[in-house]
Design a protein around this ligand. Structure first.
Ligand SMILES: NC(=O)C1=CN([C@@H]2O[C@H](COP(=O)(O)OP(=O)(O)OC[C@H]3O[C@@H](n4cnc5c(N)ncnc54)[C@H](OP(=O)(O)O)[C@@H]3O)[C@@H](O)[C@H]2O)C=CC1
Ligand SMILES: Cc1cn([C@H]2C[C@H](O)[C@@H](COP(=O)(O)OP(=O)(O)O[C@H]3O[C@@H](C)C(=O)[C@@H](O)[C@H]3O)O2)c(=O)[nH]c1=O
Length: 302
């Protein structure tokens, strides 16, 4: 498909991934509609390219999709606070699973390409590195709801979809509602504070720009199926934050290793939920940015 015919609808455009996608499509002159459940918070996104869309609202889904008539929908919208999902199960499933079902219901019978963003938290973390065909066994409401979001796509029989599973997405954004461990750790370290970071949760942290590149590649080439899109290194969260601390010139002795038991998060996390990216490397030419290089591309003063 040539770029001039692409019309990309982005859900969750005020979120970290959503806003980076908006920027990418804007910079590449690809027609897009940014959507979010409340007002447009992005200084760089013109209001003519924005519409209110709560994916739990079927009437709005119909209205926005029918009026914009996209060729692609990238569904980044989700309830992403994993501990809040544990306490607000209904809201969590409404957004992360029923929201996806709503989109599928509206696009059934069309050839709109749905790109759904999913997570390593659909796995139980017993295996270290997960491939696309591994069997999900989510531990938390968040993981269960995101897996249900994938299942509704598989069960619908709708074939024009790509699911991109990712893990610990890092980067900085504008007016984000939900902070992330990356920005939080940098702010705390710069304020001279001590951090307690778990050394028994292993992830493949993902540079948000790499995830954007993968989405763009999927839009451009219309590759369908399930792909893991993550960083190239399996790290404990402690190793990860030590690397970040080293980069920003903070005292790494302030990054203390603790166990998950001690951190006592509300929702159970997988121990090791790294994502194996071999399939994406082969089929999408996906190459994650080397960690220190990725940090050099992030404006850490914003
Ligand atoms: N961040 C990570 O480490 C990982 C993220 N993912 C997945 O990647 C995707 C993007 O995550 P990320 O950008 O980091 O998350 P964010 O929380 O930054 O963005 C998610 C966005 O979804 C919006 N949203 C919430 N409910 C609705 C709704 N009912 N209708 C429309 N939009 C809604 C939020 O709005 P508001 O701004 O108002 O809160 C928020 O802007 C998500 O699907 C997430 O599950 C997967 C693995 C790791
Ligand atoms: C706040 C905090 C977190 N951590 C660790 C726990 C965890 O392994 C990691 C990140 O914690 P968070 O609670 O920020 O994120 P968490 O909910 O664990 O991260 C997940 O987010 C959702 C959206 C996903 O889909 C997952 O892929 C994953 O990225 O940092 C500490 O070690 N110490 C701390 O003080």
């Amino acid at each position: 498909m040539s770029k001039s015919t692409e019309k990309v609808l982005i859900t969750g455009s005020n979120g970290l991934l959503g806003q980076k996608l908006v920027k990418y499509f804007q910079e590449h002159n690809i027609e897009f509609l940014a959507t979010a459940p409340n007002e447009n918070k992005l200084s760089f996104c013109p209001n003519k390219n924005f519409a209110i869309l709560d994916i739990t609202n079927m009437v709005k889904i119909e209205e926005v999709i029918q009026s914009f008539n996209p060729t692609h929908i990238i569904n980044t919208a989700a309830m992403t606070n994993v501990d809040a999902c544990e306490e607000q199960e209904t809201e969590c499933f409404n957004v992360n699973a029923i929201g996806v079902a709503n989109i599928i219901e509206e696009i059934e019978g069309t050839d709109i390409h749905l790109i759904q963003i999913s997570t390593d938290f659909i796995f139980d973390g017993k295996k270290k590195l997960y491939a696309e065909e591994d069997t999900p066994n989510p531990l938390s409401n968040y993981g269960k709801s995101k897996w249900r979001g994938e299942e509704v796509i598989f069960e619908s029989g709708y074939n024009n979809f790509t699911i991109l599973r990712t893990s610990i997405v890092y980067g900085v954004g504008e007016k984000l509602n939900k902070g992330n461990i990356f920005s939080w750790a940098i702010n705390e370290l710069r304020a001279g504070k001590d951090l307690n970071i778990v050394n028994d949760q292993f992830r493949t942290p993902t540079f948000v720009d790499d995830l954007v590149q993968a989405c763009a590649k999927v839009v451009d080439s219309n590759e369908f199926g399930v792909y893991n899109i993550a960083g190239g290194e399996l790290l404990s969260m402690h190793e990860y934050i030590v690397k970040v601390a080293n980069y920003v010139g903070a005292d790494v002795k302030k990054v203390h290793a603790i166990t998950s038991e001690k951190l006592n998060q509300k929702a159970q996390r997988p121990i090791s939920s790294g994502l194996d990216i071999d399939k994406a490397k082969t089929e999408l030419d996906y190459i994650p940015t080397e960690f220190v290089l990725s940090l050099s591309k992030i404006d850490l003063d914003n």
